[in-house]
Design a protein around this ligand. Structure first.
Ligand SMILES: *Cc1c(COP(=O)(O)O)cnc(C)c1O
Length: 431
């Protein structure tokens, strides 16, 4: 019997391989950083979400060690049983201050945050409206809730407004309507039109959740995110994020009103039925939140922005061979650290990534199912720790390899024009 199942697994793997979509784990021989070692090679790393270079930084390593010495290696139980230690409490107070909310709740990961929060607040009587390019954690959480799901085309506020009107007209007035978006999108690096979304949600009496996973630490005053940069803290009732990207550690959080957090303590299943994060991790994450708000954090953000400007300039010089969604620097002075080079074809994207790898650069090709079919890309991310010369040599290398590998005509592709896998898998179409 078990042999049959193993054979079936092999067959399925064969089909994934034939489609050119096999993924496998590869191990780093070094810590996280902008230069890493893998398979005996040194690579300049343009693929990490460790935007401020904090993951292996001295202050956070020291905080983690101090956390272990003072609080041990594990939490021992769920937060509600006896696993709620002082560092968890302190992390949440620090996050609430950082986010200018009454309270915050920490989870094991950003993924666990979405999975805990959304089904706790919405059930089968309710409606959840998501941006089409929402992260898989948000889609999975919405699906788990049992609510009716609606998708609006990426960043299309007009279509969001139409959906809100229809939903309000069709559904029971007691139904809760939850609008979900990211502030900086994880694969395209573009920004949501948050001011307009906030106004629409308010007008139609919908709850709003904004996932700041790629904005926190990077954008806004003291790295408080795009919501704060736009002065919308008091108008976004559910601000979600992760501690695992610019904050360099691990875990997720929701910042919200005291009542909302107290309700989630009673209802969020990923909080209730999972052992609390290791207290040392919460201790180090607290140090990270403080660090990004400090002078040192501000100068890391300045260096990151300078690196983004340099890379963006170099990419622009590649001309029409790439489509990027980097922000217009006239309208908003800050950029996200994610620069997607949309290639289109999966195989070409893989070839370019391989050529860059040969020359000592790690920029993975991101392809279906993480992004839509035919929108394969190199997802280039910058860190505050990159040297100007590393960016220069990368751009030179792109100039050498991209023209010969790309089809003669650049792909006629709009970013976000295709269904992402996460929403497609749910069988929910954009309306
Ligand atoms: C990475 C990410 C998450 C998940 O956070 P983890 O802490 O890595 O689980 C959630 N939402 C978005 C938009 C992300 O990019």
């Amino acid at each position: 019997m078990s042999k049959d199942h193993t054979d079936a697994a092999r067959e399925e793997l064969g089909r994934i391989t034939d489609a050119g979509l096999l993924r496998r784990l590869r191990t780093l021989d070094s810590p996280q950083g902008c230069v890493i070692e893998r398979d005996g090679r040194r690579l300049v790393n343009f693929s990490s979400n460790d935007y401020l270079g904090l993951a292996a930084s001295e202050p956070l390593k020291e905080a983690m060690i101090e956390g272990v010495q003072r609080f041990g290696a594990g939490a021992g139980a769920s937060r509600l049983v006896c696993g709620n230690l002082a560092p968890h409490q302190e992390l949440e107070e620090t996050l609430a201050q950082f986010k200018s909310t009454e309270a915050a709740l920490a989870f094991n990961s950003g993924y666990a945050t979405a999975l805990g929060v959304i089904p706790a607040l919405c059930g089968k009587e309710d409606v959840i409206i998501l941006d089409k390019l929402s992260h898989a954690s948000l889609i999975d959480a919405a699906k788990l809730s049992g609510a009716t799901l609606r998708i609006f085309p990426h960043n299309n506020v007009e279509r969001l407004e139409n959906l809100l009107k229809t939903v309000r007209a069709r559904h029971d007035s007691n139904a809760r309507v939850l609008v979900v978006t990211e502030s900086v999108f994880s694969m395209d690096g573009d920004f949501a039109p948050l001011s307009e979304i906030v106004a629409l949600a308010e007008h139609h009496d919908a709850l709003l959740l904004v996932d700041e996973a790629h904005a926190v630490g990077v954008l806004g005053p003291q790295g408080r995110g795009l919501v704060a940069a736009l002065g919308l803290e008091k108008r976004v009732p559910l601000q979600m994020g992760t501690l695992s990207k610019a904050l360099g550690t691990s875990g997720g959080y929701l910042a919200a009103s005291r009542a909302m957090v107290d309700l989630l303590i009673n209802k969020a299943r990923s909080l209730i039925y999972s052992t609390a994060p290791p207290p040392a991790v919460a201790f180090a994450a607290t140090a990270a939140v403080r660090l990004v708000q400090s002078e040192a954090g501000a100068s890391l953000r300045e260096r990151l922005q300078a690196n983004i400007r340099q890379a963006k300039g170099g990419i622009a010089a590649l001309g029409s061979t790439v489509v990027t969604t980097v922000q217009d620097s006239e309208s908003f002075p800050l950029q996200s650290a994610i620069l997607p080079l949309i290639i289109g074809d999966e195989t070409t994207a893989m070839q370019i990534a391989e050529a860059l790898h040969q020359e000592g650069f790690l920029i993975p090709a991101i392809r279906y199912p993480t992004v839509a079919r035919g929108s394969a890309r190199l997802r280039l991310t910058l860190s505050a720790l990159h040297e100007g010369t590393q960016i220069e040599s990368l751009i030179a290398c792109l100039h050498r390899h991209m023209p010969e590998l790309l089809p003669a005509a650049p792909p006629a592709l709009q970013v976000g024009s295709d269904e992402s896998f996460a929403s497609r898998e749910c069988g929910i179409e954009a309306k």
